[in-house]
Design a protein around this ligand. Structure first.
Ligand SMILES: Nc1ncnc2c1ncn2[C@@H]1O[C@H](COP(=O)(O)OS(=O)(=O)O)[C@@H](OP(=O)(O)O)[C@H]1O
Length: 347
C-alpha cells in the first residue's frame, strides 16, 4: 500500500526518459546539498573579504608561546572551522620580513606581539630553512607560509639564521628586499639564558663556568661554546652586511622589549611599513610572570603570557665569572654600537 503511494508520487510516466533522468539527477544534487548542510559543510561557501581578514587574525599555530593549540580551544572549535576558510584564500608568498635572531633574545615574544597585527601573517614554528633545510628548495619553504591577502606581510622567525654563515647569501638570493629583524640582548644574560635552556634538557650538564672558560686559571673564554659564540654579535653582523645594507636591518633591544613592549613594537611596525596597530593597549604587566603579556593574543579572547620556557629563572652564576665574560664581550659590544649606531647600554 505504502509502496504504491510512493510509486504514484514519483510517477513521471508522462515525461520522456530524458526529462525523467534530469529530474532524478536534480533530486540527487538537492539531497546531497541538504546532507552536507546538515553536517555543517555549507560554511565552506565563499565569504566577503572582511570576514576572511577577521578570521585570519584568529589562526592557530603550533608555537611554544601564547598561541593556543586547537585541542585546548574546546568551545571555540566551531569558530576554528571557519579558519580553514581564511586559509583557502589569498596566496602563499615568501616572507618579506624575517626575525633572524638572536637565540634567547626575545624573538618569540616579538613574533607573538606582531601576530596580533591584522596585516601580519606568520609561521608559528621555526622553519629553519636557511640553515638546516635549504636543500629542500624554495618551493618547500614557500609552502610552509600561511596564505596572505593583498597588503598583508608574511613573516617567520628562526633565530639561528643570524649566526649561520650561508644564511645571508641564501636570504639575499631569495629576495634582496627582505627586511631583517634582530632582537639583541645583553650577551652575558643571553649566554646564561642559553645555558639555562640546555640545562633544562640535560640536567647533568657541567657548570656554566666550566663550559665558558677554556682555562679557569687564566680566565680564557671558550669561544667555541655556542652559548658564548652567539653573543659576539658584531662578528655575525659583518656577514649580513656583506649582502644587505644596514637600512634593511632593524635591531630591537631585548631588554626594552620587556620594559617597554609597545615602544619597541612601534619601531617594528614603522620598519615594516605597517600602521601602528599594536600599542600599549595590547599589553599588561603580569606580576607573577614578571613579564609583559598580551591582553588578547591572536586566536584567543583571553589574556595570555608566553609559555613556561620563556622568562624562566636562571641559575646563580658566580659574579666573577659574569664579570670576566662582560670584559670579554665589551669590545664586541662597542663594535656593534658603532656598526648599528645604537647603544644598547650593556656596558
Ligand atoms: N613578554 C615576554 N615573556 C616571556 N619572555 C620574554 C618576554 N619578552 C622577552 N622575553 C625573553 O625571551 C627570552 C627567550 O627568547 P627567545 O624567544 O628568542 O628564545 S628562543 O631562541 O626562541 O628559544 C626569555 O629568556 P629567559 O628569561 O632566559 O627565559 C625572556 O627573557
Amino acid at each position: 500500500m505504502g509502496c504504491s503511494k510512493w510509486r504514484a508520487a514519483f510517477n513521471f510516466g508522462h515525461l520522456k526518459v530524458q526529462s525523467k533522468l534530469s529530474v532524478f539527477f536534480t533530486m540527487i544534487i538537492l539531497f546531497t546539498y541538504l546532507f552536507y548542510c546538515l553536517n555543517g559543510y555549507c560554511d565552506s561557501l565563499p565569504r566577503p573579504v572582511y570576514d576572511q581578514q577577521s578570521n585570519s587574525q584568529t589562526r592557530l599555530t603550533s608555537s611554544d608561546g601564547i598561541a593556543p593549540s586547537p585541542r585546548r580551544l574546546g568551545a571555540h572549535d566551531a569558530h576554528d572551522a571557519n579558519m580553514s576558510i581564511a586559509n583557502s584564500f589569498g596566496s602563499k608568498k615568501f616572507p618579506q620580513a624575517i626575525i633572524i635572531g638572536v637565540k634567547k633574545g626575545g624573538t618569540r615574544a616579538l613574533l607573538e606581539f606582531l601576530r596580533i597585527h591584522p596585516d601580519v601573517r606568520a609561521v608559528g614554528s621555526e622553519p629553519h630553512f636557511f640553515d638546516r633545510f635549504y636543500d629542500k628548495g624554495l618551493e618547500w619553504y614557500r609552502n610552509l607560509m600561511p596564505r596572505t591577502l593583498e597588503g598583508q606581510i608574511t613573516m617567520e622567525k628562526t633565530p639561528s639564521y643570524f649566526i649561520t654563515k650561508e644564511a645571508p647569501r641564501r636570504v639575499f638570493s631569495m629576495s634582496r628586499h627582505t627586511k631583517l629583524i634582530v632582537v639583541v640582548r645583553d650577551p652575558v644574560t643571553r649566554a646564561v639564558s642559553d645555558y639555562t635552556q640546555t640545562l633544562s634538557k640535560s640536567p647533568g650538564l657541567p657548570s656554566f663556568q666550566s663550559l665558558a672558560f677554556r682555562n679557569t686559571t687564566t680566565g680564557l673564554i671558550d669561544t667555541s661554546w655556542s652559548a658564548v659564540r652567539i653573543g659576539i654579535y658584531a662578528k655575525h653582523l659583518e656577514n649580513w652586511l656583506r649582502f644587505f645594507p644596514l637600512s634593511r636591518l632593524l635591531f630591537i633591544s631585548g631588554e626594552r622589549l620587556v620594559m617597554d613592549p609597545a615602544g619597541e613594537m612601534g619601531r617594528v611596525q614603522d620598519f615594516l611599513g605597517l600602521k601602528r596597530v599594536v600599542t600599549d593597549k595590547h599589553f599588561y604587566f603580569n606580576q607573577t610572570k614578571g613579564f609583559p603579556c598580551l591582553k588578547k593574543p591572536e586566536g584567543s579572547s583571553r589574556p595570555r603570557c608566553l609559555g613556561k620556557s620563556k622568562g624562566r629563572p636562571h641559575p646563580q652564576i658566580p659574579s666573577e665569572v659574569l664579570l670576566r665574560l662582560r670584559d670579554f664581550y665589551r669590545p664586541f659590544n662597542l663594535k656593534l654600537y658603532q656598526m648599528t649606531g645604537h647603544n644598547f647600554g650593556w656596558d
